[in-house]
Design a protein around this ligand. Structure first.
Ligand SMILES: [Zn+2]
Length: 338
């Protein structure tokens, strides 16, 4: 979804509502290493306790070094959708964007609160309807882009394993297409960091790619080398896990699962995976016939939106009929136990 794809109707209505509701407290930065208070100088932030200094680049506090892969791999994508939810049509849009991700935000981030958006890219404007949003990413390029928009309270370059905010700073944490980039052995540590940051009863929403028994996925795996280059290394997806394993991990780390949506259980998959299958053209006549068609759909905004909406509706029909682990994507909402 590109920036400005959907007009931001009803902005005034949203602002009026926000004026009536007491605004949640805005979280303040601390040193990510020792959690000491930070002093501010012309050059950036410094920690009196551990002597660390952190620069600010064009309004973006920076707590880690540049990551070459993520700095250049993605364009800073933004979702500029801020609908008037009084209208059915607009609620319907929320339902269809990003495999129900915004719908889950609407449903499970169900009160005013401070939000941490992990791997925020260019930002998701709808999150600002809940309260002040902190955007965290490793790409300075994306964060500068987000900072210039002025949607979020803060855009911060930091590690999701060492977030520069005190304990219990946030009511909500969300992470879209991030969890699959985190290796399985470090996932528990990440979930503990999220627990530290969440207030008791705070909520976490994540959407991510999964390892799965989807038939098309299993077919692609039959060539392990090609699978590794086209499906894993291409996007840095080193942390793929089965949906069922992920739900177990969340429970083991003390989260209560409130709801989930398991998408792409059939061979009718979202367009990016069809793009990855381009590497397999020499292996299948069917792919040689189908891929030019799906490439054309991907290049046309109207067609790709229609395709995405159709797959999303199809996913809803198929979800209860097929096993959980067939799903290529898992969207999950959970709560930190008090
Ligand atoms: Zn420090």
């Amino acid at each position: 979804m590109q920036e400005g794809a959907i007009a931001s109707q009803g902005e005034e209505a949203q602002e009026l509502d926000a004026a009536k509701t007491p605004q949640p407290q805005t979280p303040g930065l601390v040193c990510p290493h020792c959690r000491g208070p930070l002093g501010r100088s012309d050059a950036g932030y410094d920690c009196a306790a551990c002597q660390a200094t952190y620069p600010i680049h064009e309004g973006v506090p920076s707590f880690i070094e540049a990551d070459e892969f993520y700095e250049t791999r993605y364009e800073p994508g933004a979702i500029n959708l801020l609908p008037n939810e009084g209208r059915f049509w607009n609620r319907w849009l929320l339902y269809f964007v990003s495999l129900h991700y915004l719908w889950f935000v609407r449903k499970y981030f169900n009160r005013p609160g401070a939000v941490l958006d992990v791997a925020c890219g260019g930002g998701t404007r709808y999150l600002t309807t809940r309260g002040p949003v902190v955007g965290l990413d490793v790409s300075l390029n994306s964060l500068k882009f987000l900072h210039r928009k002025g949607w979020y309270h803060e855009s911060v370059r930091a590690s999701a394993f060492e977030v520069p905010y005190p304990d219990e700073s946030f009511d909500f944490i969300c992470a879209k297409f991030f969890f699959e980039h985190v290796s399985p052995e470090t996932k528990p540590g990440l979930l503990r960091e999220f627990s530290r940051l969440l207030k008791p009863g705070g909520r976490l929403i994540m959407l991510f790619d999964c390892d799965c028994s989807n038939r098309l996925w299993q077919w692609a795996k039959r060539d392990p080398d090609l699978f590794q280059s086209a499906f894993i290394e291409n996007d840095g997806h080193y942390g793929l896990m089965r949906p069922s394993e992920t739900l177990e991990l969340l429970k083991a780390e003390g989260y209560k699962v409130l709801g989930y949506h398991a998408a792409n259980k059939t061979s009718l998959v979202h367009l990016p995976m069809l793009g990855w299958l381009g590497a397999y053209k020499s292996k299948s006549r069917v792919l040689r016939l189908v891929l030019p068609l799906t490439d054309a759909i991907a290049r046309n905004r109207l067609l790709s939106t229609a395709y995405t909406f159709s797959v999303t509706a199809w996913d809803d029909i198929m979800e209860p009929l097929l096993p959980l682990d067939r799903a290529r994507f898992l969207l999950v909402a959970c709560e930190r136990k008090s």
